[in-house]
Design a protein around this ligand. Structure first.
Ligand code: BGC
Length: 505
């Protein structure tokens, strides 16, 4: 092709551009995609029919009522009541008072156009001692919540464990250090499926296994605040995935026909730095290995050879029977996607891949992202926690689930961004621009046939962001920390319009 332009060509092009921008000729105007205020036609950027447009929360982060109606204490109650653990001394004692305001919250979700809601059930609200007698008032709360959602035409998705474990189980056997906790979790999961699967079709077993285990048991940053040596840590990992498997089996046994179940994991996600067949394969292999103790063993029913070799004498102790339980077939993979953790390139030497840049909250110490890489910081974290903005996380983070484990159904159980409070509900332009960028990549995946059934925005409303207290704002709905008044943000209007069009634009 001749790419050589003469001066005359350039002058001609410039004259045409001037005409077009000043109203120009009719011919020039016709080349524009739309006219006046008409939005662009979204047909090319549509999501599949019946796609779920959801928002998500978790019990400890929103409910409050920490000691009401027979609820037992959780490890997060204990942790937050320990001075110095949470920024600003915040606690979830009241959180954003959702326990008492759930009707208002469901009405707001309806207003912002959500067709699904992912919430978590507080285990100690149902079993105050972890096992034994259930607390009828606890069950009643979730039953009323589900009724309210159904009446608003919002599909309920329940997570059984989003980190607020009964303190009684921590006291008894060291929580997930004990195999008994996995068993107790399975029993609780079966109980919930028995009671609620008449109205709930989708259950998530455990939320972000890797974050909970690594930061709660390795570096003590999150509850229960332990710093275990490698051998014990591997046993906690193992009991956690075992709890998932036992819950899957119990839900199959006690749930109504058609009840679906899967995890809501935060995978260490990889992407090829340059899209070639070798790099794509290398990124898939890396993803399988980086998640060996969590998603890989849940999906495959075995630990990889490389994982066991690396752990050596500290490897978890397990039986073949346990591996079978852990690998119980699931209906979908739920995945929280916030960013790419490792950009990967193929190499000839073993293991066949290298990480050219990586980072995040949980991953191993990869070669870091360059200093100037665009990022969002967690308010309240003194810039120690950052999101490396990598929108292809949505594309590769879902496509690789099919490549690596043959996922048949996928839910994005969380994605969003921490922002600051601008003092009103109109300032979260950063959230809108970021979400639009992310969803463009998600739509790329669904358009290519990656079976993503729904997307849940984290979060429905501003809430207690764990150790960073109330400083990071993740909500589509602003919550005034003093008055607890709710106000939909500008991003909520964006969410409503996107859900209504079932398309990103
Ligand atoms: C967790 C949420 C958390 C969010 C933002 C995920 O790690 O599941 O509970 O609030 O990310 O940090």
């Amino acid at each position: 092709m001749n790419t050589h332009f003469t001066r005359r060509d350039i002058a001609k092009a410039a004259a045409a551009a001037t005409l077009a921008s000043s109203g120009g000729t009719q011919a020039a105007a016709q080349t524009l995609p739309g006219t006046g205020a008409e939005p662009s036609k979204p047909t090319a950027r549509e999501f599949p029919k019946d796609f779920f447009w959801g928002t998500a929360t978790s019990s400890y982060q929103i409910e409050g009522a920490w000691n009401e109606d027979g609820k037992g204490p959780s490890i997060w109650d204990t942790f937050a009541h320990t001075p110095g653990k949470i920024v600003g001394g915040a606690t979830g004692d009241v959180a954003v008072d959702h326990y008492h305001r759930y009707k208002e919250d469901v009405a707001l979700m309806k207003d912002i156009g959500a067709s699904a809601y992912r919430f978590s059930i507080s285990w100690p609200r149902i079993f105050p001692n972890g096992t034994g007698q259930p607390n009828p008032k606890g069950l009643d709360f979730y039953s009323r919540l589900v009724d309210e959602l159904k009446a608003a035409n919002i599909e309920p998705f329940a997570t059984l464990f989003h980190w607020d474990m009964p303190q009684a189980l921590q006291d008894k056997g060291g929580g997930w250090q004990s195999r008994d906790t996995a068993k107790a979790f399975g029993d609780y999961a079966g109980y919930m499926a028995d009671k609620l699967s008449d109205r709930i079709r989708h259950f998530f077993t455990l939320n972000e296994l890797s974050t909970f285990v690594e930061h709660g048991h390795k570096n003590g940053l999150l509850a229960p605040g332990l710093k275990l040596p490698p051998g014990q840590l591997n046993q906690v990992r193992h009991h956690h995935v075992l709890g998932h498997g036992l819950a899957v089996q119990a839900i199959r046994a006690k749930g109504r026909p058609g009840t679906k179940v899967g995890p809501a994991e935060h995978l260490i996600s990889t992407a090829p730095i340059i899209e070639t067949a070798e790099n794509i394969k290398a990124a898939a292999n890396a993803m399988r290995e980086f998640n060996a103790g969590y998603m890989t063993v849940m999906a495959e029913g075995k630990y990889t050879d490389a994982f066991l070799a690396k752990q050596g004498a500290d490897a978890p102790k397990f039986t073949d029977e346990e591996l079978k339980i852990i690998g119980s077939p699931i209906d979908f993979i739920g995945t929280n996607i916030y960013m790419i953790h490792a950009y990967v390139q193929a190499i000839d030497a073993a293991p066949g891949y290298k990480v050219v840049a990586g980072g995040g909250f949980t991953p191993p110490p990869f070669r870091p992202f360059p200093k100037g890489y665009p990022r969002a910081v967690y308010p309240g974290s003194n810039e120690t926690i950052v999101f490396n903005l990598s929108p292809e996380a949505m594309y590769w983070g879902t496509r690789q689930l099919v490549n690596v484990w043959g996922a048949k159904e996928i839910f994005i159980t969380e994605s969003g961004m921490p922002t600051t409070d601008e003092g009103d509900a109109g300032g979260d332009v950063d959230r809108i621009v970021w979400l639009r960028t992310l969803l463009t990549q998600l739509q790329r995946a669904t358009a290519e046939g990656v079976p993503v059934r729904g997307w849940f925005h984290w979060s429905t409303m501003d809430n207690l962001e764990w150790i960073f207290g109330f400083e990071p704002k993740f909500g589509l709905i602003r919550v005034d920390t003093k008055t607890l008044q709710r106000t939909p943000k500008l991003s909520a209007a964006w969410f409503r319009e996107t859900a209504r069009r079932n398309a990103v634009s």
